[in-house]
Ligand binder design. Structure first.
Ligand code: UGA
Length: 466
């Protein structure tokens, strides 16, 4: 396959899939000055996006979508033939969820989208995968699209993985650290360099490689971040056993530029739609490729991460004197991390649901994720403010470290709760500040939590004095 008949100066961009990735990519390429057509098979989603309405919360994205639907540079369609008719470069942004019971990624949407597009193409095209896929996917896709494209139509498949974080999607797309271009021809590289010309001029590093390496770079990055978090959690466990402090430990080792401070936050562990499923997909692929060490290391990372949720629930039970049955608990936060309304594989929501299953009355408040959390766990109670969630609670659990929650005033919150007892599942609070305001504070692996009288015992002492 060769694309030497196409190298338009201003390529028209097609985007397939309008989830987080596709919508952000489409809006950002429109912002960079391209004409963009984004396709999604759901007519309802297309109608909402065309009206400038986002189906999820993502700072700055709605404004960008509205600006460029108004400018005419961004259009949405449910018909892939509309893309085939006008676009030169087709970014593929569909989902690759965990497949059924197993750990592998389900790539069926990737194949269906590429084959559907190839069947409609009337001119040469470059398909650029952005979804996170198992290594080897591009190779299989090339064979699939070649079978579907009409004779005489040249289609190349390249892989250009995305590293955006939810909550920072627009900024990460317009100002990424790096662009990884997994290409099979100089022409494809030229086209992609042209698409990203402004991003490269603004300082993004460019790595040009083969598609298989590009596919692996993405899963390796997520697996490394997951491993770093799990390492911090293992150190937290050691600190807890030894009476040391994991936040000071992380701060100190992070000062070494080879280690760095990010993703060393010990606590509830990672969740969301990416890190857990990408880690598992890599384990499955390592298995298929017969790479045992990778499988074992990453398997432990997944296992330790899952155990952090159990550990958080067990700590809550311990703080409540051995049982949470009948206890009112405030769960502050439900999203898998701050800055998003996404509750997919959310450790926060999992903890809230398990406490409810153990008989607690759990009231959740999240600044943006209450609706999604209610849809996923309708049996939990929900409050419109943090203070309402804390009313008469005997335990407050801080889950994702939303700025709004971290800034809560312990003195003011004392007036709402039955017992001033805080389980800080993200080590996000200043223990001394909460202790000075009369709260029992429990973090994870924090020496400052040792030897403080429990709030429960203070309450019983007060009751005795009355
Ligand atoms: C992650 C990657 O960071 C992105 O680079 C990647 O593009 C994206 O997945 C993807 O594959 O699409 P995201 O899922 O938005 O982005 O979330 P992160 O910011 O990576 O956080 C993941 C989880 O790790 C959250 O649950 C967070 O609370 C947790 N975390 C993070 C910790 O438990 N400790 C930390 O120190 C940092």
């Amino acid at each position: 396959m060769t694309l030497d008949r196409m190298a338009p100066l201003e390529p028209v961009i097609g985007v397939i899939g309008t989830g987080y990735l596709g919508t952000t990519h489409a809006a950002c390429l429109a912002e960079l000055g391209y004409d963009v057509v984004a396709q999604d098979q759901s007519p309802e989603r297309v109608a909402r996006l065309a009206a400038g309405e986002l189906p999820f919360y993502e700072p700055a994205l709605a404004e960008l979508v509205r600006r460029h639907t108004a400018s005419g540079r961004l259009r949405f369609t449910h018909d892939v033939a509309d893309l085939a008719a006008v676009a030169d470069v087709h970014f593929q942004c569909v989902g690759t969820p965990q497949a059924g019971e197993g750990m592998a990624a389900d790539t069926s949407q990737v194949f269906a989208a590429a084959e559907g597009l190839a069947a409609c193409l009337e001119r040469d095209a470059l398909i650029v995968g952005k979804s996170t896929v198992p290594v080897g996917t591009t190779e299989a896709l090339v064979a699939a699209v070649t079978r579907r494209a009409a004779p005489g139509i040249d289609v190349e498949v390249a892989w250009n993985p995305e590293f955006l974080r939810e909550g920072h999607a627009v900024d990460d797309t317009l100002r990424p650290d790096r662009l990884v271009l997994g290409v099979s021809s100089a022409e494809a590289e030229k086209i992609l360099r042209q698409v990203y010309v402004d991003v490269i001029r603004d300082g993004a590093a460019v790595v040009v490689t083969d598609p298989a390496t590009a596919e692996l770079v993405k899963v390796a990055a997520n697996a490394f971040l997951a491993t770093k978090i799990t390492f911090a959690n293992l150190m937290g466990e050691l600190c807890e056993a030894a009476g040391a402090d994991v936040t000071t430990l992380a701060e100190s080792i992070g000062l070494d530029p080879r280690i760095g401070h990010q993703f060393l936050g010990a606590g509830l562990g990672f969740g969301g739609g990416c890190l857990p499923k990408d880690l598992r997909a890599l384990i499955a692929r390592a298995d298929e490729l017969g790479v045992g060490h990778a499988r074992r290391l990453l398997g432990v990372v997944d296992e330790v991460n899952e155990s952090q949720r159990t550990r958080t629930v067990e700590t809550a039970v311990e703080l409540c004197g051995g049982s949470v049955a009948g206890v009112r608990i405030a769960a502050l936060g439900a999203a898998f991390k701050p800055g998003t309304d996404d509750v997919r594989d959310s450790p926060s929501l999992a903890v809230a649901a398990r406490l409810r299953d153990l008989g607690a009355t759990v009231t959740v408040y999240d600044p943006h994720a209450n609706d999604n959390a209610r849809a996923a766990e309708p049996d939990l109670c929900f409050a419109a403010t943090a203070q309402d969630a804390c009313r008469d609670a005997s335990l407050v659990v801080l889950l994702p470290e939303w700025e709004e929650l971290v800034r809560l005033d312990p003195g003011e919150l004392s007036a709402y709760v039955a017992v001033p007892r805080m389980l800080d599942a993200r080590n996000a609070l200043d223990p001394q500040r909460w202790q000075l305001a009369g709260w029992e504070h429990r973090g994870f692996g924090r020496s400052s939590d040792r030897a403080q009288p429990s709030a429960g015992s203070r309450v019983s002492e007060m009751e005795l004095m009355q």
